[in-house]
Design a protein around this ligand. Structure first.
Ligand code: 4NP
Length: 177
């Protein structure tokens, strides 16, 4: 990709300590592998865990696959994110409707011309988990954390394919995504 300005993607779940930090690091890994000029961040729709590191269980399971989540810190999704980010990825359908509600507020607050973000599910183009939720692992067992990693890897590969096609077919200033 020739653009110096990165395409910006924000991964969003409820707490920003389990699913979205995992999605952030896994998606970054696959984007970097393809040398895509994409900046990735994550946030939560809630403010349950501001400034906290990802859940120890998420960190442990991710590290077993080579993903280091330790430097991340939780933050809440804010209206300015819709100005800054090109794409906001919801981990489940409840996140999606909460993001949509905040986006509607941002439209009122900033005006449509300021809004940059499109919103979609993490699994939007994932043929294995098509439009399925990434189940919240917080109150469950170890298999939930492995499932999050499986889905993040699968959905990230699907997004990388979409990004590659989109960036190849469009000039840097006219991306279709
Ligand atoms: P996440 O998981 O949305 O994947 O970060 C959760 C983390 C914390 C809580 C719920 C879900 N909580 O209720 O504190």
């Amino acid at each position: 990709m020739s653009s110096k300005t990165p395409y910006k993607v924000l991964c969003v779940c409820l707490g920003n300590i389990c699913r979205s930090p995992t999605a952030e690091v896994v998606l970054r890994h696959f984007c970097d592998k393809q040398q895509l000029n994409i900046m990735i961040d994550s946030a939560g729709t809630s403010n349950y865990h501001p400034g906290k590191a990802p859940d120890e269980r998420s960190q442990k399971h991710a590290l077993k696959r080579g993903y280091d989540l330790s430097a991340l810190r939780a933050r809440q999704l804010k209206p300015q994110d819709f100005i800054e980010f090109d794409l906001i990825l919801a981990m489940d359908h409840e996140n999606l409707s909460n993001i949509q509600a905040l986006l509607d507020q941002a439209h009122v607050e900033y005006g449509a011309s300021q809004i940059r973000s499109k919103i979609a599910l993490m699994s939007e183009y994932d043929q294995t988990y098509l439009k399925q939720a990434l189940p919240d692992p917080y109150y469950g067992g170890v298999e939930g954390f492995e499932r999050v990693l499986d889905q993040c890897e699968s959905s990230s590969l699907a997004w990388v394919s979409i990004f590659k096609n989109s960036f190849q077919n469009n000039s840097s200033n006219n991306r279709s995504m």
